[in-house]
Design a protein around this ligand. Structure first.
Ligand SMILES: NC(=O)N[C@@H](CC(=O)O)C(=O)O
Ligand SMILES: [Zn+2]
Ligand SMILES: [Zn+2]
Length: 443
């Protein structure tokens, strides 16, 4: 038995907002939700630890469908241990680790290694995303079936970092994953339209700054193609990090046709705009690129009306040597596990565009459902695994990048004031993080 499964004391969270059920108590026993509501306290066994939840909101543990943990291969930027510490601090109880590691997660053995390292760290459940193509080369399908049947039970496949641009390969991947109810998560970016040297959004500003850009249509054309392939194959496609108004429109249309498509937006694309590039600060270099304010508004509207199903971080740690270059030469990506909930709270909840129940859906139950994660899709139901994120909606924090649990410092939120923060994270009844302090498997 791993230490993660060791018995934990029963925990009673007293007087929290339980979303649909109003204010009540939440009793966690033997790793499960034993009782909820006003009478839960009456059922608390002797020795139960009490935790005050006054003016807090209880969410089901957050699930991140898009994380880069860099292990194996770039343990100088992040490890499964440090990335999952950052995840726990950010309120996550499960993360999906993208396949663009070295070596690539394109075999059952590679997937199981990621799973095992996640269990050893013990902060969150780490689920490997399987590569679509061998070595992310975009030529031959990876061992999709073997990964699906492995101990890791892989259901999400992605060449993220690269687009599966060959339509025939994408079609075959969609057909294949259908047999085990898997999903292909597409990094939608036509390489022919994006080019190899572009580093930002193509527009009036990129021209003025003298930076080579690529246009929104490089994303939108692949989104349009892939929803048609999903219709043709009757399979499920997920669009990673949607960044333009045009992509939102295509997804909205496809859903109206009954096509089985889901989409994600990152916290940074909900807030940051391409104007920030006038500083030439490489912290703002990310793929897909930051877009103009009209796109940001369309993404917020799409998330609020359910066209965009989920928020995913695309946490992409990089060492200083890869980031601190001239803008054109710097690596793409920014970190985001610890700030995601606070960003969504600040721009969507505080602004009245989403409720906390919507946050529970877009950051926990919907991503769990897309990944067919049986353990985390049930919300706060009695009998469900005791994965809980307690949020203080009033807390205002100024982000200090130096405090991050991530090994990397490419944090675009440093110095930002955000309202609403994670207070406590509970994984199967065990506290994994409290106010940014974290506890792993041996705690
Ligand atoms: N988002 C990024 O800018 N970078 C990601 C790759 C990706 O998500 O496409 C990375 O792995 O660094
Ligand atoms: Zn990507
Ligand atoms: Zn990514």
């Amino acid at each position: 038995m791993s230490t993660t499964d060791a018995p934990v004391k029963p925990l009673l969270i007293v007087g929290a907002d339980l979303l649909g059920e109003g204010v009540g108590d939440l009793l966690l026993v033997d790793g499960r939700i034993a009782a909820t509501g006003p009478d839960a306290a009456d059922q608390a066994p002797e020795g139960t630890q009490r935790y005050h939840g006054d003016s807090m909101v209880a969410l089901p543990g957050l699930v991140d469908l898009h994380t880069h943990l860099r292990e194996p291969g770039r343990e100088d930027a992040e490890t499964i241990e440090t990335g999952s510490q950052a995840a726990a601090a950010g309120g996550y109880t499960a993360v999906f680790a993208m396949a663009n590691t070295t070596p690539v997660t394109d075999t059952a053995e590679a997937a199981e290694r990621v799973t095992d390292l996640g269990v050893r760290a013990g902060y969150v459940d780490v689920h490997p995303v399987g590569a679509v193509s061998k070595g992310l080369a975009g030529e031959e399908l990876a061992e999709l079936g073997l990964m699906a049947r492995s101990r890791s039970r892989v259901r999400v496949f992605s060449d993220d970092g690269k687009c599966v641009h060959d339509a025939r390969l994408m079609r075959r991947a969609l057909e294949y994953v259908k047999s085990f109810d898997g999903v292909v998560s597409q990094h939608a970016q036509d390489p022919a339209l994006a080019g190899s040297t572009a580093c930002c959004h193509e527009g009036e500003l990129s021209g003025r700054l003298g930076l080579p850009g690529w246009p929104g249509v490089a994303e939108e054309s692949i989104v349009a193609r892939d929803v048609m392939l999903a219709r043709h194959t009757g399979s499920r496609v997920h669009i990673a990090h949607v960044s333009t108004a045009g992509s939102v429109e295509v997804v909205r249309w496809a859903k109206a046709q009954g096509i089985d498509v889901t989409a994600e937006v990152t916290p940074h694309h909900l807030v940051l705009t391409t104007d920030l590039l006038s500083s030439y600060d490489p912290v703002y270099k990310v793929n897909p690129p930051l877009r103009p304010a009209e796109d940001v508004e369309a993404l917020r509207a799409g998330l609020a009306d359910g066209t965009i199903d989920i928020v995913a971080t695309d946490h992409a740690p990089h060492v200083r040597q890869d980031k601190e270059h001239a803008f054109v030469d710097a690596a793409f990506g920014m970190i985001g596990l610890e700030t995601a909930l606070s960003v969504v709270s600040s721009v969507m909840v505080t602004e009245g565009r989403m409720s906390w129940a919507d946050v529970a859906r877009t950051m926990s139950t919907a991503p769990a459902r897309i990944a067919r994660l049986e353990t985390q899709g049930q919300g706060l139901a009695v009998g469900a695994p005791a994965n809980i994120t307690l949020v203080d909606p009033q807390r205002t924090v100024t982000v200090d990048g130096a405090q991050s649990k991530s090994m990397s410092r490419n944090n675009p939120w440093h110095g930002h004031e955000l309202t609403g923060g994670v207070h406590l994270t509970v994984l199967r009844g065990r506290v994994t993080a409290r106010e940014g302090l974290v506890w792993g498997a041996d705690a």
